[in-house]
Design a binder for this molecule. Structure first.
Ligand code: SF4
Length: 450
């Protein structure tokens, strides 16, 4: 389609506004697009008013996320009127255009080149791009002291409630050396914590048949544990997200016990009942998961496991749900997120029998959260009096907000350091925990660490 003429006054750099919705993986896509745009001399506008064009990076995972994406497109249209849509919901161009026929372009997930070329159509890049404007580590939307590191795209699984494989394609891992070079650049730029993400981190390298690549003279295999070990040698916090309980995941637990990796696994179990897990077609679903967790905790007693669960999946009876609650009481997971099942257009689970009424879903959601609240309160209570490492995220006049090894940014809890306003984001220090509730901890510094 032909794009309207830019409002940009000649000579001034073109400004692109960015709205990034969805998961950390989408955030990484946004970062890539922004890095490329900055390399071409574009500026990123902090608000709608100053933007020559606005890119909305959408999420299309659940129907509620799609609605949120449509609302964000609507807001950008109303506030600016020159909008390019990208991301997971971009595969539903018809639906987007039915509501907002004036959007300038619609592209799907990972179509970085296409998004950039659509931006060129609307606001051409400056003739002499200031290539040196771009720092070698790229530009990030996350605070300077932590960064997401995407190690693969796509997924080979077929979970029945999920359409990500059809949106994002099959697993495509990055070469290990490529990942490590990006990680090194981030660390050189001051990043203190690397958050490893993908759709299925434990499957890393399977598609490459664990190919070796040269990293600083070492033949590094594209294999989950090998990559984790190499990342653990960089001297910063390394946190693993989206890991499934395959047996080989146990290979990284000793690295956690040695302090090379954070003792943290983000492991989305989604359910515990074998019957429901089967209907969900979850990867690595097995009845021995509790034993596996217990074994990992023997190796690394500090291990934190965060997980998410879906309640009200089609066919979930009271017995299945009670199984899940009992399992949670035994598993003693550190952090738990819960979603009420929703149909997702195109997902196989929509056709399953036994859809659960909304009031039952609501009630189960509540019961699950209450059960976990008691588990978390017990776990965090045992931390009072302990000294732990933390990293500072934010500082204001009242003190600092930090996180421990057990807390990922955005999704987990905090460690409040009241009165510690002299600290700076990214500082790492040792604190003694004085108080805890079921989400957060409160501590006082003991000595500076690292
Ligand atoms: S593992 Fe399952 S839920 Fe996760 S992206 Fe793959 S298919 Fe979707």
């Amino acid at each position: 389609m032909s794009a309207p003429v830019s409002r940009r006054t000649s000579g001034s750099p073109a400004k692109v506004g960015f709205v990034s919705l969805g998961c950390p993986k989408a955030l990484v896509d946004s970062e890539r697009i922004i890095t490329r745009l900055r390399a071409e001399g574009y500026e990123i506008a902090p608000d709608y008013d100053g933007a020559d064009v606005v890119v909305v990076n959408t999420c299309g995972f659940l129907n509620s996320a799609k609605q949120e994406s449509l609302d964000a497109i609507g807001e950008a249209m109303a506030e600016n009127g020159r909008v390019i849509v990208t991301g997971c919901m971009g595969v539903e161009e018809k639906r987007i255009r039915a509501e907002y026929p004036q959007v300038l372009a619609v592209t799907g997930p990972h179509q970085y080149e296409q998004v950039v070329s659509e931006i060129h159509n609307v606001v051409p890049p400056a003739h002499d791009p200031y290539l040196d404007l771009i720092p070698p580590e790229g530009l990030r939307l996350t605070p300077r002291h932590y960064a997401y590191l995407k190690i693969s795209e796509g997924c080979n699984n077929k979970c029945s409630f999920c359409i990500i494989p059809s949106l994002r394609g099959r697993l495509q891992s990055r070469q290990a050396a490529d990942v490590m070079r990006e990680a090194e650049r981030l660390v050189e730029a001051g990043v203190q914590e690397l958050l490893v993400i993908s759709q299925d981190t434990s499957a890393y390298g399977l598609d490459l048949k664990y190919a070796q690549s040269d990293w600083n003279g070492e033949n590094l295999k594209a294999r989950f544990a090998d990559l984790a070990r190499a990342l653990g040698s960089l001297g910063v916090w390394v946190r693993l997200h989206y890991v499934y309980p395959y047996p080989h995941v146990g290979d990284v637990v000793p690295l956690m016990a040695e302090g090379k990796l954070l003792p943290y696994l983000d492991m989305p179990f989604q359910h515990a009942s074998p019957r429901i897990l089967k209907a969900m077609r979850r990867p690595a679903a097995q009845e021995k998961t509790l034993e596996t967790i217990a074994h990992w905790r023997e190796i690394c007693p500090d291990l934190a496991i965060r997980s998410s669960f879906i309640v009200g999946f089609p066919g979930e009876g009271e017995e299945d749900f009670q199984f899940l609650l009992d399992w949670l009481e035994e598993a003693k997971l550190t952090r738990v997120g819960c979603f009420k099942y929703e149909d997702v257009d195109g997902a196989a689970a929509n056709a399953l029998p036994g859809h659960v009424p909304q009031d039952v879903k609501d009630e189960r959601f509540h019961r699950l959260m209450e059960t976990q609240k008691a588990v978390s309160a017990e776990i965090f209570g045992t931390r009072i009096g302990k000294t732990i490492d933390v990293i500072v995220d934010e500082v204001d006049g009242e003190g600092a907000i930090a996180r421990s090894a057990w807390d990922a940014p955005e999704i987990d809890g905090c460690v409040f350091l009241n009165g510690q306003s002299q600290l700076a984001p990214g500082d790492r220090l040792v604190v003694r925990i004085e108080h805890a509730d079921e989400y957060d901890l409160w501590g006082v510094p003991t000595e500076a660490s690292h």
